[in-house]
Design a protein. Sequence first.
Length: 76
Amino acid sequence: MRDSGDDRWIKIDRETATATYDSVLKAFNDDGGLPEDGLRLLIDEAKKQTMVSRDIAPGDVADLSMLRDAQKELGK
């Protein structure tokens, strides 16, 4: 994790920030892409942390169409 020298901008302690970063990192592919199941993982984690109980679809929070189009152009 990059050390900016001031960890207070997001108002969480370093341990929580590190755990969150490690958790989010698992959602992405090695090439930096975000598969739908990875996005679902992020949504579920955010729901737990914010105590939201309603269902949230991946399409409600992200539009991955430009990523998918770029991946097609690159042959991925």
